[in-house]
Design a protein around this ligand. Structure first.
Ligand code: GP9
Length: 418
């Protein structure tokens, strides 16, 4: 309980200050549409392969969006599920295993629950089995009204590849589901096609593969390009169906797609050696927040998935009391520039701490320790506090949880194993 009080206090102080910022409430009352972009890393943004743009739609979208250009995924072994956990709860995932499996019966005060309390209908949508990553169990604790899974989509041999339903038909059919939902709604669209091993049919190849010694990296670019096309399709469908103007769309990369096994090929593509410093830079994923009619801005603050929840509440004009979170509103001027990765590495505006070495960000070279020294204790403390909360199921003592009505899903069946 002491841990919870400590964090609540900090967060409420931050919230009071952030209310003064211009963007507070700019998306008030809008539908919230998340796109969890499978394996999408930031190094492809505004870049080309074989002379062709990899993400032409996102590149244009960024001009009219809030784009966080130094945003890190903070997921660990729970990969996609960890990124969902970070965003919904603003807590750190576990160092080992996936919290979606190990602590799925804990009490949480997750973003879908908060949104529901604020008049939103909440749903997650995914073209895979509901039991993958134990989502159908964990979502009960997150307070989703409904989980649309594979069984809610028309999945055929023709519209599937690799892990299941392709992203373009997924987007088309997901907008159909949104049209059935009461508004405002909060939805979480989980994409699938850009998943290892990055298989794609010739008919969906908008660009050619790369040419290196890594088949994985070579195949990654066309599947990223396909995902870009699917997001374009989402926007078109939202516009055609009159949902676009009343929605805020948030696109985020869930985790890296290319592991360090492919450093040689990655080095060839980036035209530089993939050092430990570059490996951490490669953990940057896009965060694009699009609010129709709002001015675009590229924001260079050091940020991470843990910061998404308080940032969105700020944009939605929601002041949430008694929440136990570790992230910060990215529009708060008092925010410390610090992102903590699950393995204890961290990034500040000046330095990166990797393994046991401090690197100067301006040179990418090992640096004098003072750049990192002052953060080390705080980093360990934060990770340990978050772990205690999860391991001790401590949120059950928080006031918001005590006041919660028992979670009742509108359609219980949608949470069962599909
Ligand atoms: C599966 C999908 C992929 O349903 O979300 O999960 P990942 O393997 O990327 O963690």
């Amino acid at each position: 309980e002491e841990a919870i009080d400590y964090i609540i206090k900090e967060d409420n102080e931050d919230m009071e200050k952030s209310e003064e910022k211009d963007l507070f409430g700019i998306a008030e009352g809008k539908n919230v549409i998340f796109v969890a972009a499978e394996s999408l890393q930031d190094f492809v943004i505004n870049e080309t392969v074989n002379g062709e743009e990899i993400t032409p739609f996102l590149n244009d979208l960024i001009d009219d969006s809030l784009y966080f250009e130094e945003f890190y995924h903070q997921s660990a072994q729970g990969k996609s599920s960890d990124s969902e956990f970070l965003i919904a709860n603003s807590l750190y995932p576990s160092a080992r295993g996936a919290v979606f499996f190990t602590h799925s019966s804990n009490d949480y005060y997750a973003m879908p629950e908060v949104m529901k309390e604020n008049g939103y209908y909440t749903a997650s949508l995914h073209g895979n089995n509901g039991s993958f990553w134990n989502r159908n169990v964990m979502y009960e604790q997150f307070g989703y009204d409904r989980f649309y899974t594979k069984d809610d989509y028309n999945v055929t041999e023709e519209n599937s590849i690799g892990w299941g339903l392709k992203d373009i038909p997924f987007m088309e059919q997901s907008v159909d589901h949104m049209l059935d939902m009461p508004q405002p709604f909060y939805t979480n669209l989980i994409t699938l096609t850009n998943h290892f091993p990055f298989d794609l049919g010739e008919e969906d190849m908008y660009i050619d593969r790369y040419d290196s010694n890594s088949n994985t990296l070579n195949k990654y670019f066309p599947t990223v390009r396909y995902m870009d096309e699917s997001i374009k399709e989402l926007f078109n469908e939202l516009k055609e169906n009159g949902l676009y103007e009343d929605s805020m769309i948030i696109i985020y990369g869930d985790h890296n797609g290319i592991s360090t096994n492919h450093n040689k090929a990655m080095g060839q593509y980036l035209d530089k050696e993939v050092t430990p410093f570059v490996e951490v830079e490669l953990q940057q994923v896009p965060l694009i927040i699009h609010i129709p009619g709002a001015e675009g801005e590229t924001i260079s603050t050091v940020s991470g998935q843990i910061d998404v929840r308080p940032t969105l509440f700020h944009l939605l004009g929601l002041e949430i009391e008694n929440q136990t979170i570790f992230g910060n509103n990215l529009f708060s001027e008092d925010r410390e520039e610090l992102v903590i990765l699950r393995n204890g590495d961290f990034i500040t505006d000046e330095a990166m701490f990797i393994g046991n070495t401090c690197y100067d960000k301006t040179t990418g070279e090992p640096a004098e320790t003072p750049l990192c020294e002052s953060y080390k204790e705080k980093v360990q403390e934060e990770l340990q506090l978050s772990d205690s909360i999860i391991q001790g199921d401590l949120l059950r003592f928080s006031e918001s949880i005590k006041e919660q009505q028992p979670i009742q899903s509108i359609n219980k069946n949608t949470f069962n194993e599909q």
